[in-house]
Each structure stands twice: as structure tokens, then as C-alpha cells.
Design a protein. Structure first.
Length: 309
């Protein structure tokens, strides 16, 4: 999936970020990270999310592999936490099912140990899970174990960028990206501060509120992407994306990727054959994203040449 370089024109590779060699996936020799490489080389990127352990870790393995086959360029795995503040009812229900099934942090890491995917993997969880993983409060044991298992990055919805120093340092030491969520209301100095800490990609929140599939794309998405256009980091949009047409519109608006979670959790919860349906949904979403990128390309080609002085 990552063999063909479909980087948008003008997107230059940067030096590799130093990191651990302990994981299964080596850092990209062309970009700062496997995550940035996956987005730039597979533009427009499809990023998918599942809650690990819903309804079991064995099932999650099959579902992740199905999303990988369907065209996911990055896959987020949610490590269940009992008090998720950023999740809507769909993902909250998935988290509850995973916790009821006995999913633990170590079970999560054993799942990742066992996964073989073309798509790099990220963990999405809450700061307390990271801080309390070791024998005493410290972020380093979690980050070290994440790197050993082959994860490429971490997303922590409840960690403010200005308080992320210890986790940022540990991630840099072990070669992991630390991804931050950018709300529609974030701007000015606070936006500059967050973007200075982001690595891998900026997770652009499509709308205020919690996660959940929606019928349309929020107008806030277009405004947020315009506000982020000057920052040299890939931008991917999540919160509410559920259809190929949504993916097309988001890419047309200037995103480098789309993030889909609740629509996939709905499939896990209600379909008779989740693996096949997840693969088909990933294919639909990837086709939509590509359709949107073709519009961007055509618009660029049709733009008039600037007048010469």
C-alpha cells in the first residue's frame, strides 16, 4: 500500500526522526516517520479506527486485517478507558463492550505484537492509561512498550499540548509520533503552540462535540483546513465521516486524509459478517477520497498561469 509515492506536488521529504529499532516497523528513510510517509505517499490517505477488544481481541485482529486489505493507509486502535471524554455514544458502547470482555493494556499490546499489516498502527487512549501503565506514575514504560510492539504513534485526546513535554520527550526517544487533535475553535497562539508539538499528522476535528457518524460534512471543516494551510504537516479530518462522498468533500477542501471510526464501529456492532463489510467500507471510503483528490488535481491543472512581470 505504501509503495507508490502519491505525495502532492511540492510536498518535500524531510530528514528521518531518530527512534528505537525495537519495533517491527522501521522508520521511513524519506520522511520523519512511518505515519507521515503513509499519508504523503498514499495521498489521499484513509485512516480508520477500531476499539481494541470489541467484541474480543481475536475479533479485532480479523477486523484490523480486513481494514488493511480494504485500503486503510493508517489504522488507529483504541485502548479502552472507562472515562472517555471525546467519544460519542457509538464508541463509548464499543469501549464498554471491550472492557466487559476483559481487555487490558497488556492484552492490547499482545494484540499489536501479533498484527501484521501494511498500514502503520497508532494507539488512541487517555493520559491516565499511559501514566499508570508502569509500576509507578510515569509515561515512559507505556511508550517503550508501544514502540516494542510496533506501534508508530500515539493520540491522547485529553492531553493539552502545553502539558505534553514528558510524553513528547519519551515519544521522540522511542521514535513514535505524538498526534494532537485540533478543534474548530483553535486559532492564534494556541494553534501555533499545538502545531509546534505535532508530529505525523494534525488530527483536524470536523465539528465541535464528540465522535459519531453524521449525515453531512460540517462547514467548520473547510474553515479549519484553511486556517491550517500554512503549516507544513499532513492534515487529516475526523469526527462524523461515514461515507465515500464525505471523504471526497474533505479531500477537495484541502485535507491530506480522512479519519473514520464510528461508521466502522456500527458495522462491528450490527452486521452479520463484520470483516467482509469492514473491508468493503474501507474500499468505498478510499474510492471517495481518491475521487476528491482528482477534483483537486483537475482544479490545479485548470488554474491560469500567473502573469509574468
Amino acid at each position: 500500500m505504501s509503495g507508490e509515492d502519491r505525495r502532492p506536488e511540492g510536498g518535500e521529504p524531510r530528514e528521518t526522526r531518530a527512534g528505537s529499532d525495537g519495533g517491527k516497523r522501521s522508520a521511513s528513510t524519506e520522511y520523519d516517520s512511518d505515519i507521515e510517509a503513509a499519508i504523503r505517499q498514499n495521498y489521499p490517505a484513509l485512516i480508520t479506527y477500531l476499539t481494541a477488544g470489541d467484541p474480543s481481541l481475536e475479533d479485532t485482529k480479523a477486523y484490523v486485517e480486513a481494514l488493511d486489505r480494504g485500503g486503510s493507509d493508517l489504522i488507529e486502535l483504541g485502548l479502552p478507558f472507562s472515562e472517555p471524554i471525546a467519544e460519542g455514544p457509538t464508541i463509548q458502547a464499543a469501549i464498554n463492550r471491550a472492557l466487559d470482555a476483559g481487555t487490558t493494556p497488556e492484552g492490547f499490546f499482545e494484540l499489536v505484537d501479533d498484527l501484521e499489516t501494511d498500514a502503520p498502527l497508532l494507539v488512541m487512549t487517555y493520559y491516565n492509561m499511559i501514566l499508570q501503565y508502569g509500576p509507578e506514575p510515569d509515561v515512559r514504560p507505556f511508550v517503550e512498550r508501544a514502540a516494542e510492539s510496533g506501534l508508530s504513534g500515539i493520540i491522547v485526546p485529553d492531553l493539552p499540548a502545553e502539558e505534553s513535554g514528558p510524553l513528547r520527550e519519551a515519544c521522540d526517544e522511542h521514535g513514535l509520533d505524538l498526534v494532537f487533535i485540533i478543534a474548530p475553535t483553535t486559532e492564534g497562539e494556541r494553534l501555533d503552540g499545538i502545531m509546534s508539538q505535532v508530529s505525523g499528522f494534525a488530527y483536524v476535528q470536523a465539528r465541535l462535540g464528540t465522535t459519531g457518524a453524521r449525515a453531512d460534512v460540517s462547514s467548520a471543516t473547510h474553515d479549519s483546513l484553511a486556517r491550517l494551510s500554512d503549516y507544513d504537516v499532513p492534515k487529516a479530518v475526523g469526527f462524523g465521516v461515514s461515507e465515500g462522498d464525505h471523504a471526497a468533500e474533505i479531500i477537495e477542501a484541502g485535507a491530506d486524509g480522512v479519519i473514520v471510526g464510528s461508521a466502522l464501529i456500527d458495522i462491528v456492532a450490527s452486521n452479520d459478517n463484520p470483516a467482509a463489510d469492514l473491508e468493503a467500507k474501507a474500499e468505498e471510503l478510499k474510492r471517495g477520497a481518491v475521487r476528491g483528490s482528482e477534483t483537486v488535481t483537475n482544479d490545479t491543472e485548470d488554474a491560469p498561469e500567473p502573469e509574468q512581470p
